[in-house]
Design a protein around this ligand. Structure first.
Ligand code: SF4
Length: 246
């Protein structure tokens, strides 16, 4: 009878501290940094065209496309930091090295004030490989315990404050995604998780895919990665709730 009790006692406190610093694996590739901005070799090494040269011959890096494969590191142009905080409210802020204009895509703070303490989200798996979903799901485990921040994943869009989309949106999932979005009451948020949802990722340009959700829905939060680390996803959600507090 006391066995489960003693087992629980032995396990101790399992939930990691977050923030400030999550435990990251030694192999973790965080936010990439451009070290050599005139390096053409890096562009050739990138399998998903995340790297490009602008008209002035300077390197730009779109982390909304990047699959963090590490190929470009060989050229010496890119170095991967340990920074896990990568989410942005604007698609243009995911493109490093490019001139940043005023985008007008800032979070609609006034509207989202109601989400400051509690955020209920419906996850839509829109045809990817399942890796982003795995890193979203892990947030509900004892280890991350996302509910301590007031964030919950719900089964019905009618109970949700917004949707979290992973995957490039296959043609077969397009209607389901749009119907799920419609079923969420106003005001609502749309969060794109992973390179596929942001830009199509490795599926970009395939005829049966929609190249992510940017052309289908108004995206409030972009969380890059392939897949993003759970810490990156959680940090993005918390950014959104913090912005709602301002
Ligand atoms: S890490 Fe990103 S930018 Fe570098 S080669 Fe891979 S996909 Fe391209």
């Amino acid at each position: 009878m006391f066995k489960p009790f003693f087992a629980r006692l032995k396990q101790g406190h399992q939930t990691r501290t977050f923030p400030p610093e999550p435990k990251l694996s030694e192999r973790y590739r965080g936010l990439p940094i451009i070290e050599d901005e005139h390096n053409e070799t890096a562009v050739e090494l990138c399998p998903v065209e995340a790297l490009a040269l602008d008209p002035n011959g300077k390197l730009t890096l779109d982390i909304g496309r990047c699959i963090f494969c590490g190929n470009c590191e060989k050229s010496g142009a890119i170095r991967f930091s340990r920074e896990y905080r990568q989410a942005t409210f604007s698609r243009k802020e995911l493109i490093f090295g490019a001139e940043l204009e005023e985008t007008g895509e800032r979070l609609r703070t006034e509207i989202y004030k109601i989400f400051r303490r509690s955020l209920k989200l419906r996850v839509v798996s829109a045809g990817g490989c399942g890796a982003c979903e795995a890193d979203i799901n892990v947030l509900t485990t004892l280890n991350w315990d996302i509910s301590r921040f007031g964030i919950k994943f719900v089964a019905s869009p009618k109970h949700a404050d917004g949707i979290v989309v992973a995957g490039p949106v296959t043609a077969n999932m397009k209607d389901a995604l749009l119907k799920t979005y419609e079923a969420v009451g106003e005001p609502k948020v749309v969060i794109a998780v992973g390179a596929c949802a942001i830009s199509g990722g490795i599926y970009a340009g395939i005829q049966s895919d929609c190249n992510g959700i940017a052309d289908l829905l108004p995206v409030d939060l972009f969380i890059p990665g392939c897949p993003p680390h759970p810490a990156t996803i959680l940090d993005g959600f918390l950014q959104l709730m913090r912005a709602s507090n301002n």
